[in-house]
Design a protein around this ligand. Structure first.
Ligand code: HEC
Ligand code: HEC
Ligand code: HEC
Ligand code: HEC
Ligand code: HEC
Length: 301
C-alpha cells in the first residue's frame, strides 16, 4: 500500500523520462520516400514470416494510400487549397497520413509537402507517365508491419510507455527471436489499439478528423449492449488479411442488421448538382432494419 504514496512521483519520472526520449527519437526526419521506407523496412519480415506477409500484402492496410487517393487529393487540392485557403504543410497532411501511412511522421516538412504533391499528381494525371510514377512512389507508403508493431504500438499508452524503442518489434507475447528483440505489448490484443486509427484523430491544431465512425458505434452500440469480442477476435481470424467490408464472406457474417446512421460531414468533394462547388459532403442518413451481427455499424463501419 505504501507504493501508492510514491506512485504519482514514479509516474512523473516515467513521464519526463519518456518525454526526453521522445525528443531525441523524433528529431530524425528524412528527405526521401526511400529513406522513410528504409527506416521502417518490412520487406525483411517476409523472410521468416512469409505467410503473415502474404496475408498482409493482400490486405487494405498494405495499400492504404493508393486506395484512398481520390479522397486525399480532394483534401489537398479542394479542401486546403480552395475551401479553406490553407497552405499545404506536414501538420495538414498528417491529418490523413498519421493513420494511412504512419511513417510519414518521420518525414521532413519538405518531404511531407512533396508527398502531398504526389497525391494530387497521381490522381489528376492517372494514366500518364508522371501520374503512374507518383503512384508507384506512393505505393511504398502504407500501414506496414512496423506501423503496428512499432510506430503505433505504444501510442495509446504514451504517457506511461513513451515513444517506441527504435528497431524493436512490439508483439503480443514478448518472445525475442533471432530476427529481432521483442517488447511485449498487451495493447496490441485490445480494441483500443485498432480504434486509434479506426476512430477519431485529434490534430495538434485542434481539428478533429474522422474517416469513419466505427469506434463510436463499437463502444456505444456493441459493448454497451453486452458484446464482448475485440476487433482482433473478429477481424484476425484469418490472420493479417484483416477482412472487412470488401470481403463477401465477412459481409455475410455481419448481416442482417438494424443500422441507425446519424449524419456527419464526409470528406471534401463535389456536391452533386451544385456546379463547381466543393465542400465537405454531408453523408446520407441510412436506416436499415435487419439484424446486425458485426461489432459496429455497417456497411460504413
Ligand atoms: C495505423 C493505423 C491503423 C491501425 C493501427 C489499424 N488500422 Fe485497420 N485500416 C487502416 C486504414 C488507413 C485502412 C483503410 C485502408 C484503405 O482502404 O485504403 C484500414 C483498413 C482496415 C480494414 C479493411 C476495411 C475494408 O473496407 O475492408 C479492416 C477490417 C481493418 N482495417 C481492421 C483493423 C483492425 C482489427 C485493427 C487492429 C488490430 C486495425 N485495423 C488497426 C488503419 C489502421
Ligand atoms: C484516425 C485515423 C484516420 C485519419 C486521420 C484519416 N483516415 Fe481515412 N481511413 C481510416 C480508416 C481506418 C479507414 C478504413 C475505414 C473502413 O474501411 O471502414 C479509412 C478510409 C479512407 C478512405 C476510403 C473510404 C471508402 O469509403 O472506401 C478514404 C478515401 C480516406 N480514408 C481518406 C482520408 C483522408 C482524405 C483523410 C484526411 C482528411 C483521412 N482519410 C484521414 C483512418 C483515418
Ligand atoms: C494493422 C496492424 C498490424 C499490421 C499492419 C501487422 N500486424 Fe502483426 N499483429 C497485429 C496484432 C494486433 C497482433 C496481435 C493479435 C493478437 O494476438 O490478438 C499481431 C500479431 C503478429 C504476430 C504474432 C502472431 C502470433 O502467433 O501470436 C506476428 C509474428 C506478426 N504480427 C507479424 C507481422 C508482420 C510480419 C507484419 C507485416 C507483414 C504484420 N504483423 C503487420 C497487428 C498488425
Ligand atoms: C530471422 C527471422 C525473423 C525475421 C527477419 C523477423 N522475425 Fe519476427 N519472429 C521470428 C521468430 C522465430 C519469432 C517467434 C519467437 C518465439 O515465439 O519464440 C518471431 C516473432 C515475432 C512476433 C511475435 C513476438 C511476440 O512474442 O510477441 C512479431 C510481432 C514479429 N515477429 C514481427 C516481425 C516483424 C514486424 C519483422 C520485420 C520487421 C520480423 N518479425 C522479422 C523471426 C523473425
Ligand atoms: C462481433 C464481431 C466484430 C467485432 C467485435 C468488430 N467487427 Fe468489424 N466487422 C465485422 C463484420 C462481420 C464486418 C463486415 C460487415 C460489413 O461491412 O458489411 C465488419 C466490418 C468492418 C470494417 C469494414 C467496414 C466497411 O467500411 O465496410 C472495418 C474497418 C472493421 N469492421 C473494423 C473493426 C474494428 C476497428 C473493430 C473494433 C473497434 C471491429 N471491427 C469490431 C465484425 C466485427
Amino acid at each position: 500500500m505504501k507504493l501508492c504514496k510514491f506512485l504519482p512521483a514514479l509516474l512523473a519520472i516515467f513521464f519526463f523520462a519518456s518525454l526526453s526520449v521522445a525528443a531525441e527519437d523524433t528529431a530524425k526526419e528524412v528527405n526521401t520516400i526511400d529513406e522513410l521506407v528504409a527506416m521502417y523496412d518490412d520487406s525483411g519480415c517476409a523472410e521468416c514470416h512469409q505467410e503473415i506477409y502474404d496475408e498482409w500484402k493482400k490486405s487494405w492496410h498494405a495499400k492504404a494510400i493508393v486506395s484512398s487517393l481520390k479522397g486525399m487529393r480532394n483534401f489537398v487540392a479542394v479542401g486546403l487549397a480552395q475551401e479553406w485557403s490553407k497552405p499545404v504543410t506536414k501538420a495538414q497532411i498528417l491529418k490523413c497520413v498519421d493513420c494511412h501511412a504512419p511513417a510519414v511522421n518521420f518525414a521532413s516538412e519538405e518531404l511531407a509537402k512533396e508527398i502531398a504533391g504526389m497525391i494530387v499528381t497521381a490522381f489528376e494525371k492517372e494514366g500518364t507517365k508522371a501520374g503512374d510514377e507518383a503512384k508507384a512512389e506512393l505505393a511504398k507508403l502504407n500501414v506496414g508491419c512496423l506501423s503496428c508493431h512499432n510506430i503505433k504500438a505504444t501510442s495509446v499508452s504514451r504517457g506511461l510507455r513513451g515513444d517506441p524503442v527504435k528497431d524493436a518489434v512490439y508483439g503480443p507475447h514478448g518472445n525475442d527471436s533471432e530476427g529481432h528483440s521483442t517488447i511485449q505489448s498487451k495493447t496490441l490484443t485490445r480494441s483500443v489499439f485498432c480504434m486509434q486509427c479506426h476512430g477519431i484523430y485529434y490534430a495538434p491544431d485542434g481539428e478533429m478528423i474522422q474517416c469513419n465512425t466505427l469506434s463510436g458505434s463499437y463502444a456505444n452500440a456493441y459493448l454497451n449492449l453486452g458484446g464482448s469480442q475485440t476487433c482482433q477476435d473478429c477481424h484476425m481470424k484469418k490472420g493479417h488479411f484483416f477482412p472487412g467490408g470488401h470481403d463477401l464472406e465477412t459481409v455475410k457474417e455481419g448481416l442482417g442488421l438494424k443500422v441507425e446512421v446519424t449524419s456527419y460531414q464526409h470528406l471534401p468533394g463535389q456536391i452533386p448538382g451544385v456546379k463547381n462547388e466543393a465542400a465537405w459532403v454531408p453523408s446520407a442518413v441510412v436506416d436499415v432494419f435487419v439484424k446486425n451481427k458485426a461489432g459496429h455499424r455497417i456497411p460504413d463501419g
